[in-house]
Design a protein around this ligand. Structure first.
Ligand code: PLP
Length: 505
């Protein structure tokens, strides 16, 4: 493909993308395909000769689109949002074109330096503690990881290395393996599955401690677990706090947990994958009270902050712990331009890294802080609106409301809510998933798409009610009006009868 053909293909694809986004509301959220559907539509072998781009684009419609779950549909209310915005798409295009692998400053000066600058912009926007910023005097800084899962693992590995080093500095006769076998990590039973996975991959015991009624982990629970482990000769090392759990968007009590971690010398990592974006709005910053106790902090701009996957922003107070843990330099990676700027390969698991700061830069400049604040506030207002609809219908119970996520259930046995979700999923018009709250099944309703409007929430509620009507009796209000009409009818009959009686007298 030459540049001219690229211009044509690229422009046609931009049109295709814009059309797709503009008409996405008309599609069913979930595709109607069965596992293996694609295997029948593709040839068994790669083509010997190149094909024209027009043929490829045609097959996107024929083969790919029927098998797409439309995460950007305004009717998608499952999981959490996965961001998508035009400036971000364009940023990724340019990143694809520059196609550098910015593992060191030398390998991509702009790639490294824009990332440093964006992490400072963003860190300031969130009002993170000064020590987290690259532009502060200290050893802190920010880095873009691929995902929140990676960030948790990176923090865990850094904490592990820190503990082994510091214990062996005091007593070099203790084998590293012995120390590693005694390290313990903690998180809550509401934390994301990636937290447990970080423990598995990082080979560290991971205790998922019970959260309270509201899904938050409390200080006393952590304190008790740490005490028990110390008594058993183990070494408490790492704690992952969730600000915005995946189930119900609950917030661990940082003000209780932070001082315990500090006292016990435990590395405190904050996973704010979804909720982190809200700290751009001053009125929600109270939710991160206690952030100053943390050693590392992470949130996904690829969830709620309009940057396409992947763009997970992580800050550490002391990046030297990352470099100690991950520096395995070879001669071919060295360059002679050492400065205060990071060689980001020491801050992450892979060697290679994409120019992800571009899309962040494009988004921040296109929307401005105010545009992002407006986006977040709109989603929160819509979730509140949804909750108000639930509360007006006596058949339902509104369970939790936190930021852009409301949970609800049909009153009565869990099987009713399960049935409701099964019907909704089979219908494919909306997509919602369940979680457990206070040991009962609840349906999660997330404002996920950038395009969701009040009318979409009304639509979703009408679809939910239609399905509910088939499971439980239609809305009480309707029944009242039926009863009312019946009484009126009877009353008319009665008078008519008496009239007849009187007439017959
Ligand atoms: C979504 C989510 C994650 C996982 O994010 P990835 O970037 O996909 O790894 C982790 N933690 C929480 C609280 C989440 O909501």
């Amino acid at each position: 493909m030459d540049a001219d053909q690229f211009r044509q293909f690229g422009k046609a694809m931009i049109d295709y993308i814009a059309d797709y986004q503009e008409t996405i509301r008309d599609r069913k959220v979930l595709p109607s395909v069965e596992p293996g559907y694609l295997q029948h539509l593709l040839p068994d072998e790669a083509p010997q000769k190149g094909e024209p781009w027009q043929e490829i684009l045609k097959d996107v419609d024929r083969i790919i689109m029927p098998g797409v779950t439309h995460w950007q549909s305004p009717n998608f209310h499952a999981y959490y949002p996965t961001a998508c915005s035009y400036p971000s798409i364009v940023g990724d295009m340019l990143s694809g074109a520059i196609a550098c692998v910015g593992f060191s400053w030398m390998a991509g000066p702009a790639c490294t330096e824009l990332e440093v600058a964006m992490m400072n912009w963003l860190g300031k926007l969130l009002h993170l503690p000064e020590e987290f910023l690259n532009c502060s005097e200290g050893p802190g800084g920010g880095v873009i990881q691929g995902s929140a899962s990676e960030a948790s693992l990176v923090a865990l590995l850094a904490a592990k290395d820190k503990f082994v080093r510091s214990i062996r500095e005091k007593d070099p006769t203790i084998p590293a393996a012995e120390i590693k076998g005694k390290l313990v990590a903690y998180s809550s039973d509401q934390s994301n599955s990636s937290v447990e996975k970080a423990g598995l991959i990082g080979s560290m015991m991971m205790r998922l401690l019970p959260s309270d009624e509201d899904g938050a982990l409390r200080g006393t629970t952590l304190q008790e677990a740490v005490r028990k482990d110390r008594e058993a000769g183990l070494i408490p090392c790492f704690f992952i706090a969730s600000l915005g759990t995946t189930g119900t968007c609950a917030f661990d009590n940082l003000e209780e947990i932070g001082p315990i971690c500090q006292e016990e010398g435990i590395w405190l990592h904050i996973d704010a994958a979804y909720a982190g974006t809200v700290f751009i709005c001053p009125e929600y910053r109270y939710l991160m009270k206690g952030v100053e106790y943390s050693d590392s902090f992470n949130f996904n701009t690829h969830k709620w902050m309009l940057c396409n996957f992947d763009c997970s922003c992580m800050w550490v107070k002391d990046a030297r712990y990352l470099m100690d843990a991950f520096n395995v330099d070879r001669i071919y990676l060295k360059h002679n331009k050492t400065s205060h700027l990071p060689d980001y390969r020491h801050w992450q698991i892979p060697l290679g890294r994409r120019f992800r700061a571009l899309k962040l830069w494009f988004v921040l400049r296109s929307y401005g802080v105010e545009g992002i604040q407006e986006h977040v506030r709109k989603d929160i207002a819509l979730a509140k609106y949804f909750e108000s609809l639930v509360k007006q219908d006596e058949r339902f119970e509104a369970c939790t409301l936190s930021l852009g996520l409301a949970t609800f259930r049909l009153k009565g046995d869990d099987s009713l809510t399960q049935k409701l979700l099964d019907k909704i999923t089979a219908d494919k018009t909306l997509y919602l998933i369940p979680c457990y709250y206070r040991e009962r099944l609840v349906a999660r309703f997330v404002i996920a798409s950038r395009m969701t409007q009040k009318s979409d929430v009304d639509f979703a509620w009408s679809v939910i009610c239609e399905h509910a009507d088939q499971i439980v009796a239609p809305k009480i209000k309707k029944m009242e009006s039926v009863i009312g009409d019946k009484y009126k009818f009877d009353a008319i009959k009665i008078t008519t009868n008496t009239e007849c009686l009187e007439k017959s007298k």
